[in-house]
Structures are given as structure tokens and as C-alpha cells.
Write a protein of this length. Structure first.
Length: 153
């Protein structure tokens, strides 16, 4: 008849295993540790660590202040407006916005130039008769019409 085999598991000490892993960690992860030390040194030199330490020591006071400010109607409206503006910017074609952004610096020096006299009505009418001015006025009129429709609803 067969006899049972006795199994005796080896005694493990989790602390010894953790200590061994900790002792070997600097060798296994030397490059990562050096990079982490460089990041920490950069944060220390720029005062970020001191700022974080101060924020941690302020703890509840800082959090309460932020919550009180965030609960104000102005802050709520600001967040809503920022979300709406981000949605608006997301709907604009980048090429169109690029044209507008590049055009503004070209026109600003002419608009802000100190002139000795106010432009006359005739010179203004001449500017409005150009194709570029009419194109911009047409786009502005379309935009204003859309805004008007939205305000009506």
C-alpha cells in the first residue's frame, strides 16, 4: 500500500523578501532613480516642492477657501462660459481661424497709427468699396444674422 508523502512548506519571512527587493532596487532601477532625482532637484530649485509642502500644511484651510470661491455664482458662470468658448473654438475650422489671426496683426498698425486728422467720409467709403472690405462685411453680416436668430429663440 502507498504511503502519503509529507509536504512541509518552507517558512517564508515577508520582511526579509521585501528587504532583499529593496536592497536590489537601486541596482535594477538605477537609470530611473537618477532621472527621478533630477526631476526632484529641478522641482526643488524652482520652489515647487516648497509650494507643495506649504499647500499640504495649509490642508483644510486651503481646500475650504477654494470650495468657497468655487461656489460663488461668478465662478460657476465663468466655468460655464469657458466650456461654451471651448466648444465654440472646437467648431471653428482651423484654416479660417488661422486666416483671421494672421490678418489682425497686418491691420493693427494701420488702425493704431497716430494720424494728424480724422479720415473723411469719402476716404472711408472708398475703403468700404474694396472687395476685401465687402467680403469681411458680408461675413460679419452673416454672423450678426445668426446671432440675431439665436437671440430671437
Amino acid at each position: 500500500m502507498a504511503r502519503p508523502i509529507r509536504f512541509e512548506p518552507l517558512a517564508r519571512d515577508a520582511r526579509v523578501e521585501l528587504r532583499d527587493r529593496l536592497d536590489n532596487a537601486p541596482l535594477e532601477h538605477a537609470e530611473a532613480l537618477l532621472s527621478a532625482y533630477e526631476v526632484l532637484q529641478g522641482l526643488h530649485e524652482r520652489g515647487v516642492l516648497d509650494l507643495l509642502k506649504g499647500a499640504l500644511s495649509a490642508g483644510d484651510t486651503l481646500l475650504e477657501t477654494v470650495v468657497e470661491v468655487a461656489k460663488t455664482p461668478e465662478a460657476i458662470r465663468s466655468v460655464r462660459n469657458l466650456l461654451l468658448l471651448s466648444q465654440l473654438l472646437g467648431n471653428i475650422e482651423p484654416e479660417l481661424l488661422g486666416v483671421i489671426v494672421r490678418s489682425i496683426p497686418e491691420g493693427l498698425p494701420q488702425a493704431s497709427a497716430k494720424r494728424s486728422e480724422t479720415p473723411g467720409l469719402f476716404s472711408l467709403l472708398q475703403k468700404f468699396c474694396s472687395k476685401d472690405s465687402r467680403r469681411a462685411m458680408g461675413a460679419t453680416a452673416e454672423l450678426l444674422e445668426s446671432v440675431g436668430k439665436g437671440l430671437k429663440a
